[in-house]
Design a protein around this ligand. Structure first.
Ligand code: FAD
Length: 464
């Protein structure tokens, strides 16, 4: 008879959705197993996503600041040089430290880790295929947290080198002379920013007639202006029909426009759910049109005892959204109650300036016919922004016309990604713009711009 190892809960995937679910389940007393096919835990986010991209954004920003003109600060620099190899090694070191940290968290929480590919074979049954063969596991509950992989376009075959995705763009061995980025979403813009700062000429091609689809359109327009000033080239409303490479360079064909020749192409047109060889058919789970695993409000799939969280179920494909779902799913299983407030999940683009958003955009409010009031405050009128020399951008607060409840906050400017947390917390607490405006904010801080924008909702900003 087959040997089966029994756990209370099996989680397939060790990314932010899976590993956080595992930790929370262990805290709640479950015997948890987490299956991850990569040696490193942490998923896309830690290995080839959020963390390495932010490490390179930081390094490249320092490089361009120091290389740029600091004379207004009275700092004269010359002879600044780039050691790309070292920069990439630093990024790898950051990734290693964090993925290793999750190994420690697993040990501390007594989570059993299986290295290999997990496949569901029946309700409550999962087979792990690893180097040492197959292991059969059983559990009362299973959580699918297999995440996502980069998508491409028809006519573009990724070659894992010249024609690549963000994964390759995190490891280019030399600064491309000319990089073409297809897709002006968060990932495309972040990687474009990194290589532009390191010296590449960068062209961004976008099918829509705007950048950052989904973000507040006025903020996106302001961002476009700033990015152009930084030397990024944009071709909007442009349909890429094919990309070819001869191993040294690439040709990008565009519908109704000249082809572009470049050294490398980064395809950043979104990500698709990862359900390869997962055995969904064995338990009757059917994916939706776009391949996502459908779930109900408890994150339960159509199969008894099987749940799914994170990128694989769609929605905002963000690490913190996956984490929230991991926690809510496990608390639902153990306590009978768990909840994610999808209206207060921030979204951030880590360019300079950063762009951050929570709640509804003005475009969405208009479309829904919701009456709102708007307060805006520019960073140029903020003392701290002046002192640090980063005055581009502004804060926008949107509040319900009748109740004054905050419906959305949109920030472009220095440290927008950190500033948005305040608006997210306020919204979670059901705050009005008046509530936020009456909170004391330390001076001189960038956060004062959030207070001032809240005051501006009622036409009473103090410093404008
Ligand atoms: P994943 O992180 O994709 O993890 C899934 C894991 O499951 C993977 O490790 C995979 O190896 C494993 N797996 C899959 N199938 C199996 C199987 N059958 N058996 C065993 N293991 C399996 N999000 C942000 O919030 N902020 C950012 O700044 C940000 N930056 C990003 C930058 C880039 C370049 C990219 C690509 C993504 C970025 N994201 C960012 C998105 C973020 O990485 C994802 O939203 C997040 O990783 C999703 O978490 P997840 O747990 O659902 O899936």
């Amino acid at each position: 008879e087959e040997q089966m190892t029994k756990h209370n809960l099996i989680i397939i995937g060790g990314g932010p959705g899976g590993y956080v679910a595992a930790i929370r389940a262990a805290q709640l007393g479950l015997d948890v197993a987490c299956i991850e096919l990569d040696k490193a835990l942490g998923g896309t986010c830690l290995r080839v996503g959020c963390i390495p991209s932010k490490a390179l954004l930081e390094s490249s920003e320092q490089f361009s600041e120091i290389k740029g003109d600091l004379s207004s600060h009275g700092i004269m620099v010359d002879g600044v040089q780039l050691d790309l190899g070292k920069m990439l090694k630093n990024k790898d070191r950051v990734v290693r430290a964090l993925t290793g940290g999750i190994d420690s968290l697993f040990k501390k929480n007594k989570i059993t880790r299986y290295l290999g590919h997990g496949r569901i074979t029946a309700p409550g049954k999962v087979t792990v295929s690893g180097k040492e063969g197959e292991t059969e596991l059983t559990a009362d509950k299973i959580i699918i947290a297999t995440g996502s992989v980069p998508a491409t376009l028809p006519g573009i075959e990724l070659d894992g080198d010249r024609i690549g995705t963000s994964t390759e763009a995190l490891t280019y061995g030399e600064v491309p002379e000319h990089l073409v980025v297809i897709g002006a979403g968060a990932i495309g813009l972040e990687m474009a920013t990194v290589w532009r700062r390191l010296g590449a000429s960068v062209t961004i091609l976008e099918y829509l007639d705007r950048i950052l689809p989904g973000m507040d359109s006025a903020i996106a327009t302001e961002a476009l202006k700033i990015f152009k000033k930084q030397g990024l080239n944009f071709q909007l409303g442009c349909k890429v029909t094919g990309v070819t490479t001869d191993g040294k360079g690439c040709t990008v064909d565009i519908d109704g426009a000249d082809s572009i020749h470049c050294d490398r192409v980064l395809v950043a047109v979104g990500r698709k759910p990862n359900t390869a060889e997962l055995g969904l058919e064995s338990v009757g789970i059917e994916t939706d049109k776009r391949g996502f695993v459908p779930v109900d409000e408890h994150l339960a799939t159509s199969a008894e005892g099987i749940y799914a969280v994170g990128d694989v179920i769609g929605g905002a494909m963000l690490a913190h959204k996956a984490e929230e779902e991991g926690v809510a799913c496990v608390e639902g299983i153990v306590n009978g109650y768990g909840h994610v407030n999808y209206n207060t999940i921030p979204a951030i683009v880590y360019t300079a300036p950063e762009i951050a958003s929570v709640g509804q955009t003005e475009d969405e409010l208009k479309e829904a016919g919701i009456a709102y009031r708007k307060g805006e405050f520019p960073f140029i009128a903020n003392g701290r922004a002046r002192a640090i020399g980063h005055t581009d951008g502004r804060v926008k607060i949107l509040a319900d016309e009748k109740t004054d409840r905050i419906l959305g906050a949109h920030i472009i400017g220095p440290h927008a990604g950190d500033l948005i947390a305040e608006a997210a917390v306020a919204m979670e607490f059901g705050a009005s713009s008046e509530d936020l405006a009456r909170c004391c904010h330390a001076h001189p801080t960038l956060a004062e711009a959030v207070k001032e924008a809240s005051l501006a909702v009622d036409g009473r900003a103090l410093h404008m």
